[in-house]
Design a protein around this ligand. Structure first.
Ligand code: SAM
Length: 276
């Protein structure tokens, strides 16, 4: 019931996703004066019940009943809750390189649904997040990659040189953001290597990005970083050709990129863990 309430919460409030969370007033939208909370909540519960029945129907056709264990925790804690080399398959979609601030954007849910006890927990969650937030790394001295990938290094240098007149709001801040993101990708694959069984499969869904007008093929770099960590790249499947809603493509840059025909897409990369 909490999940159901969480999923309708923003729609019945005076917040809106644009795509980041902001007040309806700031987005030029009418105030929500009245909402039929009970009907919306009931409809959502009914949809969830239909989904659960569908799943149960499929599950009853399986030879055995799988058990489920959910760990409400960062992947960084994986080694503390799972034994080494226990996973046959890993399916995930980590945060994209678009500075979407999950913690800030889910603040109402975190508080209203008692998923956190105090605001101090927000800081801990932020520190455990995959990727740093641009706001927290833009003013730091230049962040270097913690691994050797010359092509990515060159790309970060290109971003770093853009719009120097904007100071940390220009290329240097965004290059720091991207370097910290790719360093986390490298750490992520290191942790996953310890969890995967020999020849286990990984499916990772990720979108490309445009930083300071520079196209970053995140899926390609993620594959190369995974390779550095011992994974073999078995495939790449484009799952969506057009995405909208990246918060970091300024309108002038979007215009420029449209002219050069760079599309935002999502791809699933398929990797294989090292063998024995
Ligand atoms: C691109 S979204 C994927 C969402 C998911 N596939 C879904 O459909 O709900 C990335 C998700 O990674 C989560 N995340 C960020 N840092 C994480 C971490 N250190 N450990 C686990 N999840 C994390 C974010 O909160 C966000 O929900």
């Amino acid at each position: 019931m909490q999940v159901a309430l969480g999923s309708i919460l923003i729609g019945i409030s005076n917040y809106t996703y644009e795509p980041s969370l902001c007040r309806r007033k700031s987005a030029g939208k009418e105030k929500v004066e009245y909402a039929d909370v009970l009907s919306l909540f009931k409809n959502k519960l009914e949809q969830m019940r239909a989904d659960i029945s569908l799943l149960q129907k499929h599950m009853s056709q399986l030879g055995r009943r799988p058990s489920v264990q959910i760990y409400n925790s960062s992947y960084k804690m994986a080694k503390e809750v799972l034994p080494p080399h226990c996973a046959d398959i890993l399916i995930t979609s980590p945060p994209y390189l678009n500075n979407y601030h999950y913690i800030r954007n889910t603040r109402p849910h975190l508080h209203w649904l008692s998923l956190i006890e105090s605001s101090a927990e927000l800081k801990r969650m932020e520190n455990e997040s995959f990727g740093r937030f641009w706001q927290s790394v833009r003013s730091l001295p230049p962040i270097q990659l913690s691994f050797d990938l010359p092509q990515l290094n060159d790309l970060l240098s290109l971003i770093r040189e853009k719009t120097p007149e904007k100071g940390v709001y220009g290329g240097s801040g965004w290059a720091n953001y991207a370097a910290a993101y790719f360093n986390d990708c490298h750490e992520f694959f290191g942790i996953m290597r310890g969890l995967m069984k020999s020849k286990g499969r990984l499916i990772i869904v990720i979108g490309n990005s445009i930083l300071q007008g520079v196209h970053v093929e995140t899926d390609r770099y993620l594959s190369e970083i995974a390779y550095l960590q011992g994974f073999a790249v078995r495939g790449r499947h484009e799952v969506r050709k057009k995405r909208t809603g990246s918060s970091i493509i300024g309108s002038s840059i979007r215009h420029e990129m449209n002219r050069s025909h760079v599309n935002l897409y999502e791809a699933a990369i398929e990797l294989e863990a090292p063998g024995d």
